[in-house]
Design a protein around this ligand. Structure first.
Ligand code: F6P
Length: 320
C-alpha cells in the first residue's frame, strides 16, 4: 500500500508531529509514504518524494511544517483537481492524508467527490474553527503563546496604569481569544460570536478604576471588531491610557505543546488506520471527550458552529 501526506493552508504547531506519526505508523505496517511539498500546489506540480522513518527525525519539537504549505487557488478548480488526481494515480497512491483547516478539507472533499480520491483530513489550524472536533492541532500551542505575551504585557501595563488591546488571530472564530483571555486573566474578551458593546466594556473598565485598578488587558479576536476602532471608542468613553498590539504570525510559530504533540500522534495513527482498514471516500479525524473519532468529511463540515457560551460567561465572571 502507498499513501501520501501533505500540509495545507496556514501552518500550525503540531503539523510536524502529525507528519512524523503518519510516516512512522505507516512504516510499522509496511506502508510506503510519499511526502508532498507545498500542499495542493505541490501535488498539482508532482512534487512528491518517499519519506523514510529517518526523514522525520528531529521534527516532533518544531513548529511550522517540514513539508511546507501553501494556499492553492488552482486546486479550487476542476482542472487543478484533475491534474492532482492524475499525479496520485501516476504514483499509485491509495490514499491521501491532508493536514490542514477548513479550506484544505473542502479541497479534499472536492477531489474525492470529483475523482474518487480516497483521503483522510487531520485538523491542523490554530483557529480551532472546525466544530466537529473539540480541538484542532496547533490551538493549544497558539493559546500558550498568546498567554505568554499577555503575561509580559501585564507587567508593563500595570506598572504604567495602561490598558492594552491585544489582537489575536482566529478568523471568524473567537476560541483563540477566549481561551487566551481566560488563561491570561484578561479583564475583557471580545469575540466575533458576541456583538461588540463599547458602553458595557467601558463601564467595566471604569468600575475597575473605582476599585483602584487603572490597568487592564483586553483580548480582541481579529474577527470581532477593527483594532483602531476598539482603541478609539474605548479611549473616548473612558479617558484611560491605551496601547495596542497585534500578535500576528508570532502566534503561529514555536515548539508544539505536549497536548499538540500527543494529539498529532494519535490523529496521525488514526488516519493511517482508516486507510489500512479500507475506508471509502473522504473522512476526517478529530477528538471528542478525549477519544479520537472519525467522520465522513461532508458531515464534519456541516456540523454547525457552536460557541462555548459557558466558558465565555465564566471568563466574564472571573474577570470582574
Ligand atoms: O487560519 C490560520 C490563520 O493564522 C488565521 O488565524 C489568520 O486569519 C490567517 O491564517 C492569516 O493568514 P496568512 O498567514 O495568509 O496571513
Amino acid at each position: 500500500m502507498k499513501i501520501a501526506v501533505l500540509t495545507s493552508g496556514g501552518d500550525a504547531p503540531g503539523m510536524n508531529a502529525a507528519i512524523r506519526a503518519v510516516v512512522r505508523y505507516a512504516d510499522y505496517y509496511d506502508i510506503e509514504v510519499y511526502g508532498v511539498e507545498r500542499g495542493y500546489a505541490g501535488l498539482i506540480a508532482g512534487n512528491l518524494s518517499i519519506m523514510s522513518r529517518r526523514s522525520v527525525s528531529d521534527i516532533i519539537q518544531r513548529g511550522g511544517t517540514k513539508l511546507r504549505t501553501a494556499r492553492s487557488a488552482e486546486f479550487e478548480t476542476y482542472e487543478g483537481q484533475k491534474q492532482a488526481a492524475k499525479v496520485l494515480s501516476f504514483y499509485g497512491i491509495d490514499g491521501l492524508v491532508v493536514i490542514g483547516g477548513d479550506g484544505s478539507f473542502r479541497g479534499l472533499q472536492a477531489i474525492s467527490k470529483n475523482f474518487g480520491v480516497k483521503g483522510v483530513g487531520i485538523p491542523g489550524t490554530i483557529d480551532n474553527d472546525l466544530s466537529y472536533t473539540d480541538y484542532t492541532l496547533g490551538f493549544d500551542t497558539a493559546v500558550n503563546t498568546c498567554v505568554s505575551a499577555i503575561n509580559n504585557l501585564r507587567d508593563t501595563m500595570s506598572s504604567h496604569d495602561r490598558v492594552v488591546v491585544v489582537q489575536v488571530m482566529g478568523r471568524r472564530c473567537g476560541d483563540l481569544a477566549l481561551y487566551s483571555a481566560l488563561s491570561g486573566g484578561a479583564e475583557v474578551v471580545m469575540v466575533p460570536e458576541h456583538k461588540t458593546d463599547y458602553d458595557k466594556i467601558s463601564r467595566k473598565l471604569l468600575k475597575n478604576v473605582e476599585k483602584g485598578k487603572q490597568s487592564g488587558i483586553i483580548v480582541l479576536a481579529e474577527g470581532a471588531s477593527p483594532l483602531d476602532e476598539v482603541v478609539s471608542e474605548l479611549k473616548a468613553r473612558t479617558g484611560l491610557s491605551f496601547r495596542s498590539i497585534v500578535l500576528g504570525h508570532l502566534q503561529r510559530g514555536g515548539a508544539p505543546s505536549m497536548a499538540d504533540r500527543v494529539l498529532a500522534t494519535r490523529m496521525g495513527a488514526k488516519a493511517v488506520d482508516l486507510l489500512r482498514d479500507g475506508m471509502v471516500g473522504a473522512r476526517v479525524v478529530g477528538i471528542k471527550d478525549n477519544a479520537i473519532i472519525d467522520m465522513d468529511i461532508e458531515d464534519a463540515l456541516n456540523v454547525p458552529r457552536h460557541t462555548n457560551e459557558a466558558l465565555y460567561e465564566l471568563a466574564n465572571i472571573v474577570s470582574r
